[in-house]
Design a protein around this ligand. Structure first.
Ligand code: HSE
Length: 436
């Protein structure tokens, strides 16, 4: 029977999951592909560590080159993450004629424009289902199942750590720092959480999804990124009171030939499906012009969920190599010659509804001063709330606007910050009232 000889780089959590699936599901994989998926070698910096798996004939090495440059490997599975040495290793692998399967979203978002052309030039596959939203098969959906659609909009919860923190903040009524500490103690957040909580990880994933949706190479630099550090427990309480949930969303929109790409805390109606995605779960919503909106939900990280997607890519490779039809699906759905840079809409020109939170002195006339600023900027108010009394401390003043441009909101907030009565930098959160 035909073989696909596999070399794995990295034997951490996901590496262990991939190795376990390959070693325990061999018969199923043979029945589904007609190919033996043979794990030949694993390269890891810590080969001596016991992972509790009977490796049999599989070779363990700490020499990463013995995977990327070896003659007895057909496909390199890269699970070490980060930019270097992953980037150089994958260039070597592709240059030496190997296919690549990777879960490395950062690498693809920043260096996809180098790696994919190299793969195409060598007529090798570079597959990446596991790079976005773990077990959710969103890459295959966008590239294949929805290929008849013009994608107008895609949004999703792309980072489980942030979704877990926001869920816990709401359920416990606790501030961000306390929930983050607790999440770190439970192993749900990294010791250095910045990639997750500052929105960078979600932006890497959004760059890849937008590239497939709109037809370009991923371009991380185009994304407006805000994380969740500034979301306060007060915002979460007010969101609940007004019928919203706050979610960190990755949003890609296309209309009138312009694209908006952002990762941001967003208020969504409490009855929407996106609001119901809780804890560590991820979800992606895609609006195609023909299909309408479809939703994909599941685990976005973890040993087996991520391994499931890595091995699915290996199965695709095995099937196409048996059928002799490699390169059937272009990495970003469109053929490389059809890819183009999409024109962006500038932040100032974004339009939407906004939640504004001010900390103001509690005395007569303050509301009038604040609303005059909004009137000067032609911003119409949908709702206004102020609760509590204090002769000494600031009290929160909450406002929700009708649709307006972000330029007007920024000008208004800058003006408000200058008022004597306004005692902290005003905060805003964008509202997406029409999500599914
Ligand atoms: N750290 C990510 C998350 C998973 O919290 O969803 C890997 O991208």
């Amino acid at each position: 029977m035909q073989e696909l000889r596999i070399g794995v780089l990295g034997f951490g959590v996901v590496g262990r999951g991939v190795v376990e699936l390959l070693l325990t599901q061999g018969e199923l994989l043979r029945q589904r592909t007609g190919v033996v998926l043979r794990l030949v070698r694993i390269a890891t910096r810590t080969p001596a560590r016991d992972r509790g798996l009977p490796l049999g004939e599989v070779e363990l090495t700490d020499d990463l080159q013995r995977v990327v440059s070896a003659d007895d490997i057909d496909v390199v599975v890269e699970l070490i993450g980060g930019l270097e040495p992953a980037r150089s290793l994958l260039m070597t692998a592709l240059q030496s004629g190997k296919h690549v399967v990777t879960a490395n979203k950062a690498l693809l978002a920043l260096y996809g424009h180098e790696l994919f052309p190299l793969a195409a030039a060598r007529q090798r596959e570079l597959l990446f289902e596991a790079a976005v939203a773990g077990a959710i098969p969103i890459i295959k959906v966008l590239r294949e199942s929805l290929a008849a659609n013009r994608i107008d909009q895609l949004y999703g919860i792309l980072n489980g750590t942030c979704n877990y923190i926001l869920t816990e903040m709401r359920e416990q009524g606790s501030p961000f720092a306390e929930v983050l500490r607790d999440a770190q103690a439970k192993g749900f957040a990294e010791a250095d959480p910045s990639f997750d909580v500052d929105g960078i990880d979600a932006a890497h994933k959004l760059a890849i999804l937008a590239a497939i949706s709109f037809g370009s190479y991923p371009d991380f630099q185009q994304i407006h990124i805000e994380g969740i550090r500034h979301v306060s427990d007060i915002d979460i309480q007010w969101a609940t009171e007004m019928g919203y949930r706050i979610k960190l969303l990755g949003i890609a929109k296309q209309d009138e030939g312009r694209v908006e790409l952002r990762v941001q805390p967003t208020m969504v109606p409490v009855g929407s499906m996106v609001a119901s995605v809780e804890g560590v779960y991820n979800a992606v919503f895609v609006r195609g012009h023909a299909a309408g909106t479809t939703m994909y939900h599941g685990r976005g990280a973890g040993e087996r969920p991520t391994a499931s997607s890595v091995v699915a890519d290996l199965i695709d490779l095995a099937r196409s190599s048996r059928a002799g039809c490699g390169g059937r699906v272009a990495p970003f759905s469109m053929l490389p010659e059809a890819l183009q840079q999409f024109p962006l809409r500038q932040t100032d020109d974004w339009r939407g509804e906004y939640y504004l939170r001010l900390a103001v002195a509690d005395r007569p006339g303050v509301l009038a001063e604040v609303t005059q600023v909004l009137a000067r900027q032609q911003i119409s108010i949908d709702a206004i709330h102020q609760k509590g009394r204090s002769a000494v401390a600031a009290v929160p003043l909450i406002m929700v606007t009708h649709a307006t441009s972000e330029r007007q909101i920024r000008l208004a907030l800058a003006e408000m910050e200058q008022l004597d009565a306004v005692q902290e930098t005003p905060r805003f959160i964008r509202i997406e009232p029409n999500v599914v």
